[in-house]
Ligand binder design. Structure first.
Ligand code: GLC
Length: 748
């Protein structure tokens, strides 16, 4: 590699890091360096042959449109996501795509984010596990990935300029862990930096993000590609650790880099570093490549349907209205334009030209011998139409059961803008109310990328299925779910709140004057609702089945309680009469933390298929990070008791066991600003302090006894020394005395 780089001219090197056209890198024919093609996206290949764009406006080649991440995340099935990744890789190869620009693993900070359909979760552990599976699946077939968007890209409003002000602990515990896990476990070929600033500096030129975190701390060994148009200063970007600017800016960036190297502003070794990273990834990708597989589009379509069903969350099923009989019964009213015109993917760069598209109406008609009649009820764009409205009510009145397809019209959510509310269109809510007055047997099937308020839906419709944006086969999946030939396998990967006003980011969203403050800190998603003890419509991890499961017992084993590590074995059974899949979730509570911590955090989960009456034992391993928080001295596990919870969702955790960890107390690093409490809590600090008190003729415990410490504990020791000097009229240099105490601690 070094020899090859040495042979490249400065112009060739500057060209390689500056992209070519919209979807490819620049070749260097002279040196047999090939161009590499990359394109979106996370749930389908968007390969454009003619006019290119990064917003899904122009046509692309047909490809399987799989369910979007809000659906695949709801499967809680990493193996299934890996399978989808393999299929995506096959289609990428067939279309000549070398790197697929996904997965998106940004945390769903607010349900208002227009791109939440492209992201897995409100929880970093869950997002990391699902994203790592996706990357492994795609890359196992010789196609690269691009883990995106690093970092803190949690809104679309002003996304190219907004400065996300996030404290480091929140970044490390909430917004980084999915990226960190995927980099450590799945080694994505590229990471895509986000458009926004993070704490004042654009991600594209933020060396703390791109070099210190990605490479020095997490060991990332691929290359960093910019989001499209995210680079404002190509020279600063290369210096910070951005390796490839996309798309091409013609000669502008190339010339800027050449000029910077020639003038000494940019050290050429940094340019060479970017070039070597790009060439290494591309060489590894292309040299290990086997011949392009033949794509089985029928199999991919069936897989898309299987994923859609497994990502569907059964939110309610009063009276076990579902599944319907396919043979027995009178007319089934299928109501809602989305039944005939599916709402199955989001808008923007992830937009796919599907190989085929199943509509639920046709699929339902094909799946039953019962009479099926259709009424649109409202327009696809969610507008009211009196005739459609009246026809739907009349049909419902003469039918035995109503299956209503509701959801968000495409113009409600997309890349590029955020929602302003989380309500379903009023037209749809009014129609449901009217239909409920003539028929109570209502199944609501939702198609939406971001969570919607279900006020007025819950209690009106006995059965509610959340299908999210279920991809090109979601129509067939809907019919399979309605008649029970498929099981709703989904669990919520984001909380469904009652209202927008109770959401964590509500008062800080979407920011103003170019700044958005993550004022809720760690308390995102269920962390917020649990900490503030709020009721929600449906909690994180929630989902029903057509059968019932019981978590019977749990055994927590701690091999050595001086180390933060535990094995959790859970026994679960299918207590119903239908087969189904349960997601057993494990949450950890730190009962004695010295800092604020969420009530409980997801640290493990396992999905298991169970036949009626079957019992299985599941094993979840908890490593040190499962107990740790990010403290002043880095990742910290404090000694004390922790509670391990297990159960079907974040608010239904029937199994709990308290364990005690006698891990060494990580002492705080004392400095000139440390308080009396920090000195008194420090093993060496207390001894040194008592000795100093005695030398000053004071009782050793004068300040650290039970009465004094609560009063003086929050005072910096420097202040107390100053008071002592004045009170005792003794002459000593406070700063010198403090320095002596600190050095005594260091040498203790
Ligand atoms: C878009 C998106 C990114 C996508 C890229 C290329 O703006 O933010 O996710 O991969 O540009 O289309």
């Amino acid at each position: 590699m070094h020899q090859l780089i040495a042979e490249m001219t400065l112009e060739e090197k500057a060209g390689l890091v500056s992209g070519a056209a919209f979807w490819s890198t620049r070749p260097v024919e002279r040196l047999s360096i090939p161009a590499v093609t990359m394109t979106d996206g996370p749930h389908g290949v968007r390969m454009q042959r003619q006019s290119a764009d990064h917003l899904g406006l122009n046509a692309s080649e047909p490809a399987t449109c799989f369910p979007t991440a809000s659906s695949t995340g709801s499967t809680w099935n990493p193996e299934l996501l890996a399978e989808m990744g393999e299929a995506l890789a096959h289609e990428s190869r067939a279309l000549g795509v070398d790197i697929l620009l996904g997965p998106g693993v940004n945390i769903k900070r607010s349900p208002l984010c227009g791109r939440n359909f492209e992201y897995f979760s409100e929880d970093p552990f869950h997002a990391g596990v699902m994203g790592a599976a996706f990357v492994r699946g795609v890359q196992s077939q010789g196609v690269g990935t691009s883990l995106k968007h690093f970092a803190a890209n949690n809104q679309e409003t002003d996304r190219m300029r907004i400065d996300a002000q996030v404290d480091e602990r929140t970044l490390r515990e909430i917004y980084f862990p999915a990226f960190e896990r995927i980099i450590r476990e799945a080694a994505p070929t590229t990471v895509m930096c986000s458009y926004n600033k993070v704490n004042g500096l654009h991600a594209s030129q933020n060396s703390w993000l791109l070099t210190d975190m990605l490479r020095k701390e997490w060991g990332f060994n691929g290359y960093v590609v910019s989001d499209w148009g995210a680079v404002g200063d190509p020279v600063a970007a290369v210096a910070a650790g951005l390796d490839l600017e996309m798309p091409s800016t013609g000669d502008r960036s190339v010339n800027a880099i050449i000029e910077a190297v020639n003038s000494g502003v940019l050290d050429e070794s940094l340019l060479d570093l970017a070039v070597s990273r790009i060439l290494t990834v591309h060489e590894n990708l292309l040299s290990t490549r086997t011949s392009a597989p033949v794509v089985d589009f029928d199999a991919h379509h069936a897989l898309a349907g299987r994923i859609a069903a497994e990502g569907t969350v059964l939110l309610s099923n009063e009276g076990h209205l579902l599944p319907l009989s396919a043979a027995e019964g009178d007319t089934i009213a299928v109501i809602g334009e989305f039944a005939r015109t599916p709402r199955y993917q989001g808008a923007g760069s992830s937009h796919v030209n599907p190989t085929r598209l199943d509509d639920a109406l046709t699929a339902i008609q094909a799946a039953t011998t019962r009479t099926v009649e259709f009424a649109a009820g409202f327009t696809f764009d969610g507008d009211r139409n009196e005739q459609l409205h009246a026809e739907a009510i009349a049909l419902a009145a003469r039918s035995s059961v109503v299956v209503m397809f509701l959801g968000l019209p495409p113009q409600n959510e997309s890349e590029g803008f955020d929602r302003s509310h989380i309500l379903l269109p009023e037209t749809q809510r009014n129609l449901l109310d009217a239909i409920a007055r003539v028929n109570r047997n209502i199944v609501v099937i939702l198609s939406n990328g971001g969570a919607v308020s279900l006020q007025g839906i819950i209690g009106t419709a006995p059965s509610i299925l959340e299908m999210w944006l279920g991809g090109q086969a979601s129509g067939t999946a809907a019919a399979d779910l309605i008649f029970g030939t498929a099981q709703p396998g989904g669990r919520l990967a984001e909380t469904i709140p009652h209202s927008l006003a109770q959401t964590p980011a509500f008062v800080n969203w979407p920011g103003e004057n170019g700044v958005v403050r993550y004022g809720e800190g760690l308390y995102v998603g269920y962390r917020w609702y649990d900490h503030t003890e709020q009721d929600v419509a449906f909690p994180f991890g929630y989902g029903l089945s057509y059968t019932t499961f019981n978590c019977i017992s749990m055994t927590v084993t701690v091999p050595d309680n001086t180390k933060a590590q535990a094995s959790v074995e859970i026994s679960v059974t299918n207590a119903g009469n239908r087969a189904g899949a349960e997601v057993v979730q494990v949450y950890v509570t730190d009962n004695e933390a010295s800092v604020s911590r969420p009530r409980r955090e997801l640290k493990g989960f396992t999905k298991v298929w169970l036949e009626p009456g079957e019992v299985k034992n599941l094993l979840v391993e908890l490593d040190e990070r499962a107990f740790a928080f990010w403290g002043t001295a880095g990742w910290t596990v404090e000694p004390g008791t922790f509670t391990i919870h297990a159960g079907p969702n974040s608010r239904d955790l029937p199994l709990a066991e308290v364990l005690t960890l006698n891990v060494p107390q990580q002492s705080t690093i004392l400095d000139t600003e440390s308080t009396l409490q920090e000195w008194a809590s420090h093993p060496a600090g207390l001894t040194v302090l008592k000795q100093a008190m005695i030398r000053m003729g004071q009782s050793a415990d004068a300040l650290t006894n039970e009465e004094s410490l609560p009063i003086f504990g929050s005072m910096p020791l420097r202040t107390i020394l100053g008071f002592a000097q004045q009170a005792n009229a003794v002459e000593f240099d406070v700063d010198e005395a403090l320095a002596n105490l600190l050095s005594a601690v260091e040498s203790a």
